[in-house]
Write a protein that binds this ligand. Structure first.
Ligand SMILES: NC(=O)c1ccc[n+]([C@@H]2O[C@H](COP(=O)([O-])OP(=O)(O)OC[C@H]3O[C@@H](n4cnc5c(N)ncnc54)[C@H](O)[C@@H]3O)[C@@H](O)[C@H]2O)c1
Length: 264
């Protein structure tokens, strides 16, 4: 499938993990890809790897918490590729700080990149997306749907889900589709610290996942590519759970009541 031939995508937080996989997927389907990240070396390396994979790519060093940095980033992408068809807001920052210890600075440390960053990128991208009748995919989280801890991060993701719906309504008649993907547990560098503390963490959480495994970045990239493609041309305002079934029901409840899993 080469659904993005002749189209240009900008992906935030694309040096590592899910963003990096989205860049490979969209690029592999023919998109020209601008990869943006606060990690200057990481994003250069990502762009170099994409180029090796035959993808026309541009590395952009940017901090999405800073409006001037975001404006310069989009100017660089437009200068290089002339237009923007797909925006993927993928930056998210979660920190394991108890709620009672979350002062205003700590709250902002998580909410600013996760929700404020997406707002800045959306506002900067909009004039370009209006020209191309482009599309947006926001990376939300199951944390934005129900309680999985990390209050500041989760509240920001819930806000991003709502923003997805509101902007879908606001811009539908002007040709822009806005959707979100809400991943469950995905094996990325974001888990490195918890993995160091508990090397079995993915084995421990897998019992909550009906499909019997945690997610891989490619699982999320495939859903993003679908929503950004013409295959989803009658879909806007959805928050698509890509979560191995974790939110489909209560595994523990089914186990307690029926003494077996969900197959009964
Ligand atoms: N991994 C999971 O289990 C999981 C689950 C649900 C949702 N998500 C969401 O998926 C997205 C990607 O997560 P990931 O696991 O690949 O994380 P990651 O930490 O591996 O990647 C996030 C990227 O964002 C970049 N970044 C951070 N702050 C930035 C800033 N201010 N400006 C620009 N770039 C910045 C980082 O350098 C990094 O490359 C996030 O929004 C995350 O919340 C992840």
């Amino acid at each position: 499938m080469r659904r993005f031939e002749g189209r240009t995508a900008l992906i935030t937080g694309a040096a590592h993990g899910i963003g990096r996989a989205i860049a490979t997927r969209l690029g592999g389907e023919g998109a020209q890809v601008a990869v943006l990240d606060i990690d200057a070396d990481g994003v250069q390396q990502a762009a170099a790897e994409l180029a090796n994979e035959g993808v026309d790519s541009l590395a952009i060093h940017c901090d999405v918490t800073q409006r001037a940095s975001v404006e310069a980033a989009f100017a660089a992408a437009i200068e290089r590729f002339d237009k923007l068809d797909v925006l993927v807001n993928n930056v998210g920052v979660a920190r394991d700080v108890p709620f009672e210890e979350t002062d205003e600075e700590e709250w902002a440390r998580q909410v600013e990149p996760t929700l404020g960053g997406a707002v800045r990128c959306l506002q900067t991208a909009l004039p370009h997306l209006l020209q191309t009748k482009g599309t947006v995919v926001n990376i939300g989280s199951v944390n934005g749907i129900t309680a999985f801890g990390n209050e500041a991060y989760s509240a920001a993701k819930a806000g991003l889900h709502n923003l997805t719906e509101n902007l879908a309504m606001r811009y539908a008649r002007r040709g822009i589709r806005v959707n979100a993907v809400a991943p469950g547990t995905v094996r990325t560098p974001v888990w490195a610290r918890r993995l160091a503390e508990n090397p079995a963490i993915f084995d421990d959480v897998v019992r909550h996942y009906p499909l019997g495994r945690v997610g891989e970045p490619e699982d999320i990239a495939a859903a993003v590519a679908f929503l950004a493609s013409a295959d989803a041309s009658w879909i806007t305002g959805v928050v698509l759970r890509v979560d191995g079934g974790v939110l489909a029901g209560h595994t523990g409840f089914l186990q307690d009541v029926f003494q077996s899993g969900h197959e009964t």
